[in-house]
Design a protein around this ligand. Structure first.
Ligand code: ATP
Length: 234
């Protein structure tokens, strides 16, 4: 099947530093994949390279089979790449409603669908971005990306720093997104339990390369192998 998003022999980094080395990864439309790996192996850089926030040294990034590697980030967003950054980056002096409105583009995701998915945000519509808990900020960051009606959603460690109960809420939300089936989703996740539960396919990165790309079940069934791959038992 044709790919929705593909990194093709992608090498990329920051200035003279190369972080990603010849990475190839392809997702079919509607597919979800989890990316795991220890700190600093290049998971964020993989997403940043799709978004155009790194210096590419070779290879291509294809969205709907079109090479987007030379486009600036905003053009990639307009073409259907949605991004939920690790830092959340919501606007602190805009209300929840304004944070959502500023991103809105017509399509499947509208106010009603967003509030059905995130009832909590409906209750906080008038709150400013800086008057939200960490969990609410994370929800707003995902909601804002959805309001752009992307075809591919890249999420960078959405559960980071959240209390266990909020991790569960968020897991429910991203599970619903996955089950709707229309979105292609790349989830970068430190929490390997969350990552392996989220998608049937998991990619493990190490030192800027892909060292495993296969069923999540295989890693769930073989904790020893998982530990070897990511160096942490969870
Ligand atoms: N803006 C930047 N400028 C220079 N080097 C960077 C920059 N961002 C990341 N790096 C370096 O690139 C390498 C990969 O970092 P990256 O953030 O992609 O890893 P990661 O797997 O997402 O880690 P973590 O799980 O800690 O977020 C690291 O060595 C990091 O120091």
């Amino acid at each position: 099947m044709a790919s929705a998003l593909e990194w093709k022999n992608a090498s990329a980094g920051y200035g003279d530093t190369i972080v990603l080395e010849n990475v190839s990864l392809s997702l079919t439309p509607g597919e979800s994949v989890s990316i795991i790996g220890r700190n600093g192996v290049g998971k964020t850089t993989l997403l940043a390279t799709a978004m155009g926030h790194t210096t590419m040294r070779g290879g291509e990034v294809l969205l709907d089979q079109q090479n987007i590697a030379t486009l600036p980030p905003y053009r990639r967003a307009l073409k259907g790449l949605g991004f939920v950054p690790q830092e959340r980056e919501i606007f602190p002096s805009l209300s929840v409603k304004e944070n959502l409105e500023i991103a809105a583009r017509s399509g499947y995701w509208n106010d009603d669908r967003i509030y059905a998915l995130f009832p909590r945000l409906r209750e906080r519509l008038g709150n400013m971005g800086n008057q939200l808990s960490g969990g609410e900020q994370q929800m707003l960051s995902i909601a804002r990306a959805l309001m752009t009606n992307p075809s591919v959603l890249l999420m960078d460690e959405p559960t980071e720093g959240l209390a266990p109960v909020l991790v569960e809420t968020l897991q429910d939300v991203i599970g619903k997104l996955r089950d709707e089936g229309a979105l292609t989703i790349v989830l970068v996740e430190q929490n390997s339990r969350v990552a392996l539960a989220f998608s049937p396919r998991t990619v493990v990165m190490d030192k800027g390369r892909i060292v495993y790309d296969g069923p999540s079940q295989t890693l769930r069934d073989d904790p020893e192998r998982l530990t070897k791959l990511i160096g942490v038992a969870e």
